[in-house]
Design a protein around this ligand. Sequence first.
Ligand code: ADP
Ligand code: MG
Ligand code: ZN
Length: 198
Amino acid sequence: MMNHPHTASCIEVICGPMFSGKSEELIRRLRRAQIARQRVQIFKPALDDRYAADRIVSHSDLSLSAEVVRTSEDLIRRVEDRTEVVGIDEVQFFDAGIVAVCEKLANMGKRVVVAGLDLDYRGIPFEPVPQLMAIAEYVTKTLAVCTRCGGPASRSQRLVTSEERIVVGATDTYEARCRRCFEAELTSQLRMDLPSES
Ligand code: ADP
Ligand code: MG
Ligand code: ZN
């Protein structure tokens, strides 16, 4: 079947910290595609049963219905031939296979729009998002408002103590911080290693 003339074969990544408007921006782009009568399928990872509701939701209460999938393999199996636009929220929670899946869908002529965290709670790149950013045609970095100083926030400060990379939560568990107000020490001793001076 012919693809819609106005959809491109491409990957778009929307990334940034929590509360930066990634889901809002994803929903905005996908709604516009729906208004253009393109065939849109939206996915989210099945991470936590508390979030099993089949919608992607923003902190400002915008939402769109979505299909919940466990793995990147499940996701690609669910994509229909006629689908023109594939949206994925919380893409950082997928397995590494999501990179090849997005590449394959884009090569098949689909527009793939994904949103997710670029950094984890320690401020370290959250794969597979860096890989997706590298192969994408378009990358949009969204910034939140720093809860300490009101500046542009690029980091997600974890407010509870845990060494787990994934702790699902919202305003009581994380807050947006700028580079200067972010305190990695609070949650972990791990840092990105500096080159050694040998
Ligand atoms: P993300 O998907 O990146 O976590 P959302 O799209 O769900 O972000 O939510 C963005 C919305 O969150 C903003 O429009 C605003 O209403 C709200 N919000 C709450 N706290 C903040 C903050 N510290 N900075 C910016 N927006 C915030
Ligand atoms: Mg979101
Ligand atoms: Zn700040």
